[in-house]
Design a protein around this ligand. Structure first.
Ligand SMILES: C[S@@+](CC[C@H](N)C(=O)[O-])C[C@H]1O[C@@H](n2cnc3c(N)ncnc32)[C@H](O)[C@@H]1O
Length: 288
């Protein structure tokens, strides 16, 4: 079941039954003036906090007792002075105020991002992993193990692997990839990163929900991994993008995202799979 609904997530969340969703994973607007269309991404900081708080309150209600909330936030430059406001700190307070416990604050790092001249160039965002119960939550560690650092480590041959740690490297989705996939959304999540979260924090058949769904990366990741997904989005123009992605990238085999491949091979396998999904998109266009 893949359900993408247009509207304000604060209202749409109210239609979701209590304790029915295993994972909420989302990247909300950062209040930095991104051109999302209907949503104006520059509001007073207090209003932004209220939005995230309202959403988190509903998230707590709809999560199963062993459910988790993965909230992606970043330090952002604000106003003419471009003072840095660390949104993850604010997010942490909001999680705590809504009775969620922090399990990890993941650092997501990348290289492909603009360079600054008056401060250090920003190269990370955070993903706050909040749980309802510190003694009862899903953590499928064996599904996300990565290769050992020492090549030829015997444990690797035995199918093991090490904990992926709380520092993750995933390239941001660049304009070339967006063009190739014919996507217009300005801030698309890296699909392999969300696949990792879905594998780690849910089981097959579970429901994954993204209240700020955009181009639908969370729904696509859920489909690849055999989970159900619900997405909410304010701007109707992204619905077609999500539906197309479900039919194309959504058919990438789950094995493509096997974490035990070495980094270079991982990237190659994913790029090949993405190219195949572009071919599929062309055929679908032809069929229409
Ligand atoms: C950072 S983007 C999400 C991108 C998404 N992770 C992806 O991979 O495409 C945030 C999205 O939230 C949407 N949005 C903003 N306010 C909203 C609201 N109140 N309810 C639903 N969607 C909203 C924006 O239109 C934007 O597409």
């Amino acid at each position: 079941m893949y359900d993408y609904r247009i509207g304000d997530c604060r209202e749409l969340l109210k239609t979701i039954p209590d304790k029915s969703v295993r994972l909420v994973v989302t990247s909300p607007p950062y209040n930095i003036g991104k051109p999302y269309g209907k949503y104006k991404d520059k509001i007073a900081l207090n209003e932004w906090k209220e939005l995230i708080n309202d959403v988190t309150k509903e998230v707590y209600r709809i999560l199963t007792p062993d459910g988790a909330f993965f909230l992606n936030l970043s330090p952002v430059p604000v106003g003419d002075s471009k003072e840095i406001v660390p949104l993850p700190f604010i997010g942490y307070q909001i999680l705590k105020n809504n009775n969620l416990y922090l399990r990890n604050m993941i650092t997501w790092t990348f290289n492909n991002m603009q360079n600054c001249t008056n401060r250090l160039s920003g190269r990370y965002e955070n993903i706050l992993w909040g749980v309802k119960d510190l003694d009862n939550y899903i953590f499928n560690l064996d599904d996300v193990r990565i290769p050992y650092i020492t090549k030829g480590d015997k444990r690797l041959a035995e199918g093991g692997g090490r904990n992926p740690t709380d520092v993750w490297y995933f390239d941001r989705v660049n304009n070339m990839t967006k063009k190739k996939l014919n996507l217009s959304h300005p801030t698309i999540y890296p699909l392999p990163m969300i696949v990792r979260i879905v594998k780690m924090a849910t089981n097959p058949g579970d429901i994954v929900l993204d209240p700020f769904a955009g181009s639908g990366t969370s729904l696509v990741a859920a489909k690849i991994m055999g989970r159900n997904a619900i997405g909410f989005e304010l701007d109707a123009k992204y619905k077609e993008e999500c539906e197309r992605r479900l039919k194309t990238e959504g058919t990438i085999p789950a094995s493509t995202f096997d974490e035990l491949y070495e980094d270079a091979e991982k990237v190659e396998r994913f790029q090949n799979a993405q190219s195949k999904s572009v071919e599929l998109a062309e055929q679908l266009k032809f069929d229409i």
